[in-house]
Each structure stands twice: as structure tokens, then as C-alpha cells.
Write a protein that binds this ligand. Sequence first.
Ligand code: NAD
Length: 353
Amino acid sequence: MIKQINVGVIGTGWTGGIRANACARSPLIDELHIAEINPERLAEVKDETNPVSATTDWEELLKNDDIEAIVISATPESTHYPMIKASLEAGKHVFVEKPVSTTIAEADEVIALAEAKNLKFTVGYSQRFKPKFAYVNKALKEGLIGDPVTCLISRNVTRELGTKITGRSKLSPAAMEATHDLDFLLWALQPRKPIRVYSQTAGKLFKRNSETPDHQWIMVTMDDGTTITVGAGWILPIGYPNYSQCWIEVVGTDGALTIDDTHKEVQFNTTEHGIRYPMSSMPGEPVDHVFAGPMADETIHFVEAVVYDRPVMVKPDEARLVMDVYTAADLSDELGEPVTLPRNDPSAALAAK
Ligand SMILES: NC(=O)c1ccc[n+]([C@@H]2O[C@H](COP(=O)([O-])OP(=O)(O)OC[C@H]3O[C@@H](n4cnc5c(N)ncnc54)[C@H](O)[C@@H]3O)[C@@H](O)[C@H]2O)c1
């Protein structure tokens, strides 16, 4: 007989809705439970997924001893830390959307708690589940382009998404958007470690009403001299709801990889909206009987990790390292100078010169 678990999803907005739907379709899940404070959205996702329970009080899910795993997809991002902590304390395995928390100290606390309680704990770095990205990772890990010399990922999303993200938190483009591509490159370049970070922001559009930058560039030097450049912006005109375009260049001693993830391969042109690019958001979207994007597979990977006691895709210490790099990037932008990693240890950076 197939082993099944019961899963709770907290916050069934955009991403939580996708996760709840992925869970509802999986034969590995017996009972789905959802918690969402917006009653209309709760009713919508309840209709879509037919959960065993649907509540506006997320703590009810933690009181249910039959739920083994919790997916945390609530916003604002400051909700993540208390929800992770309470879920782990209740003995549940946890999947949380990025970011883990708003401070590194909070992240350290929940990572240690998960380890002490021997519970699975992982973070939603969905881009790792895109075939194009998996290919870059494979090429780097297998040395297909020789020794990597430099890697670039430039990503821009729409101002609609920028407005949504910046409306709920003060987290930077590095923390909220580049975090995906930093995670990806740091993972693909393992076992190399980041030793120096330099970052600059630019802002003209959102600056009219807030302190938020429009775009952030981050340069990271790895301990073997490989350089990473990651850019994240959130002011593109609408190309599709939550449109994201991304371009990857990886150059090595024996070859190069160029990946176009700008989603221009499907154009939908109507008299009403002009040209749009369907299936172009970062998590993706359901299309009839399939899911176009990484988030459904990512959700089920976590469920499988719990059911079969397999390793999670994103290890807590990897997510911790990404936090280290993006907080160093924000500090660098503030100071106008490079920041060395591990923090306050310039000898590590000098040694690699
Ligand atoms: N992996 C990706 O590609 C990706 C993409 C977008 C967003 N994200 C991350 O996913 C998270 C969710 O983003 P989103 O765009 O889905 O946000 P959203 O605002 O669409 O959804 C969040 C939901 O949480 C609900 N909520 C808030 N407080 C709650 C509480 N106490 N209990 C229950 N529900 C509560 C809100 O009502 C809302 O419906 C964010 O942390 C974001 O950084 C990841």
C-alpha cells in the first residue's frame, strides 16, 4: 500500500494556492488542510482543492496531531519565523517560502531547532526545479564547460509584482528576487564558497513614493576566483501577470552556456492586451492537465522527502548562506564598498587574491 501523509498549507494566496493544488492532486497525500486569513481566498482554494479542513486560524493546523508536514506560504515575510518556529515545536516537517526570516539570527534559531528535532526543513528556491536551470547545474557540476570563470544571471519582473512585494515589506531586490538566482549559482558552484560581495542599487520609479530601489546588481567573488553577477529588477511594464524574464551566461575554460529564460517562445497577441507571454511567471501556472513551471514539482519533492525520508532539495545551511550573501549585498550597497565573507574576516578575501 502507498504510504501517505497529511499536509497543512498556511497562506493560500498566489504561491500557497499553487502548493495546495499540487498537494490535492498527489496520491502521496491523504488529508490536505488549509489556513488562510482572507475568507474569499480561503473559499476559492477550498473549492479548488477540497481539503479536509479550511480555517482562518493557522494555529489550528498545528494542534492537529495527524498533520506531519506544514507548507508556509503566508505574507508578509515577517510571518515566516513565528510560523516555522511554532510548526517545528509542534513536531511538523516544514517547507517555507523564501525568505526563511527577516534576520539571520531568527534563521539560525529555526535551523538549529529543526536539526535538534530531526525534522525536515527546507526553503522554496523554485528555480532549481526548472529543467533549464537543472541543466546549468549539471553542466557545472560535471565540468562540461571546464573550470567556471564567470556566471551571470540577470532577472527582471514587472512593476505590478514590484509594487506587490515592496508594498508589504522593506526587503531589497537582493533579498526578495536575486535570492533565487544567488541560491542557484551558489548551489551549482559548490563546493566553492563566496568570499566577497559588492552591490549597487538604482532607483527612479519607486523612489518617487518610497525608499525602495528599482534594481540591484550583486557581484560575488568565490574562493577559487570565479565571479558571479546577479541582477534583479522589478519595474518592467506588464508583459503578463507576474511576468519574469531571465538570462543566464556561464563561461568556463572549455566552453560556455547561454540560457534564454525570457519566455518569448510563446507569444499571445490580442487586440485587447497586445502581446503577452503566457506561462512566464517564476512559479509557473496550471495549464489544463499539466503545470507549466517549477512550483508543482518542487512541492511534491518536499512531500516525497517526508514520505520516503529522503533529503530535501534546499538544505537549511544552503539557504543560510544565501541570506549571508544578500545581507552582505545590502550592506555593500549601503556602504558603497565590498563586504568580505565570512563577515568581519578580510583575511579570507585577501588569501584568495
Ligand atoms: N518561489 C517563488 O517563485 C515565489 C514566487 C512568489 C512569491 N514567493 C514567496 O512566497 C510567499 C508568498 O507570496 P505570494 O505572492 O503567494 O503572497 P500572497 O500575498 O499572494 O499570499 C499570501 C497569503 O497569506 C495569507 N496570510 C497572511 N497572514 C496569514 C496568516 N496569519 N494565516 C494564514 N494566512 C495568512 C494572505 O491572506 C495571502 O492570501 C512570499 O514569502 C514570497 O516571497 C515565492
